[in-house]
Design a protein around this ligand. Structure first.
Ligand code: DX5
Ligand code: ZN
Length: 220
C-alpha cells in the first residue's frame, strides 16, 4: 500500500513563529499544510482567519488544506480562496445548503471537501459524492488538538472508501484527530489515503519533524 499523504495541522505549531514552522514541516516531508479555522461558535475555539492564510502562502508551495469549522460558512469562501487555499473543506452542519456551498467552492476553482463529525453518518455523502474532491472523517469532535482517536470512526472510513470506489471518482479520504503512528496504520488499513496530524507532527520541536512525519507514513 502506498504511504499516506501527511497533512500536519498547524494548530499544534508555535504560533509566534508560524512562517518558520510551515517552512520546517514542508522541508520535513509534509504533503499538505492543514489549516484549522475555528470561529468560537460552530466549535468552542478561535484560531486562524484568511489574513493568516495569506501571510503563510509564500512560505510553502505545498497544497493548503483549509478546514473550515465556521458557521455560516458561505460568506468566508471567497476570502479563503483569495488567501491561497487549495482545498476547502466544510461541515454539512455549518450552513443550510451544503450542496450549494460545494458548488461555490468549485466555482472559485478550488477543491471541495466535506467533513463528517463523529456522529455524522457516511450516508450524508449520498447526494454529494459526485461533486466533491475530498472526504474528511473526523476521528475527534472538532475544536481542539490533542484529543484521543474515536475508534468507531474506522467503520466509517471503511464505508466511505466503499462509496468512493463505487463512485469511480478520484476522491481523497482524509482522517483528522488523534492520529499517531498506531492510529495512522488503522486508518490506512480501513482505506484512508491522507492523514491530518498536529500533536504527532510537532512533538519534540523542529529537529523531530522529519522523523515524526516518517513514522506517520510508516517509512521510518
Ligand atoms: C480538530 C482539528 C484537527 C486537530 C488535530 O478540530 O480539526 O486538525 O488539530 O490535532 P491532533 O493531531 O493533535 O489530534
Ligand atoms: Zn482539521
Amino acid at each position: 500500500m502506498a504511504a499516506p499523504l501527511i497533512a500536519p495541522s498547524i494548530l499544534s505549531a508555535d504560533f509566534a513563529r508560524l512562517g518558520e514552522e510551515v517552512r520546517a514541516i514542508d522541508a520535513a516531508g509534509a504533503d499538505w499544510i492543514h489549516i484549522d479555522v475555528m470561529d468560537g461558535h460552530f466549535v468552542p475555539n478561535l484560531t486562524i482567519g484568511p489574513g493568516v492564510v495569506k501571510a503563510l502562502r509564500p512560505h510553502s508551495a505545498k497544497p493548503f488544506d483549509v478546514h473550515l469549522m465556521v458557521s455560516p460558512v458561505d460568506v468566508y469562501l471567497e476570502a479563503f480562496a483569495a488567501a491561497g487555499a487549495d482545498i476547502i473543506t466544510v461541515h454539512p452542519e455549518a450552513g443550510p445548503h451544503v450542496h450549494r456551498t460545494i458548488q461555490a467552492i468549485r466555482a472559485l476553482g478550488k477543491q471541495a471537501g466535506i467533513a463528517l463529525n463523529p456522529a455524522t453518518p457516511a450516508k450524508t455523502l449520498d447526494y454529494l459524492i459526485d461533486d466533491i474532491d475530498l472526504v474528511l472523517v473526523m476521528s475527534v469532535n472538532p475544536g481542539f488538538g490533542g484529543q484521543s482517536f474515536i475508534t468507531s470512526q474506522l467503520r466509517k472510513i471503511e464505508a466511505v472508501r466503499k462509496m468512493i470506489e463505487k463512485s469511480g471518482r478520484a476522491i481523497h479520504l482524509e482522517v483528522d484527530g488523534g492520529i499517531d503512528a498506531v492510529t495512522a496504520r488503522c486508518c490506512t488499513d480501513a482505506g484512508a489515503n491522507a492523514l491530518v496530524a498536529g500533536t504527532a507532527t510537532f512533538k519534540g520541536g523542529p529537529d523531530h519533524y522529519a522523523a515524526n512525519i516518517a513514522a506517520l507514513k510508516g517509512t521510518d
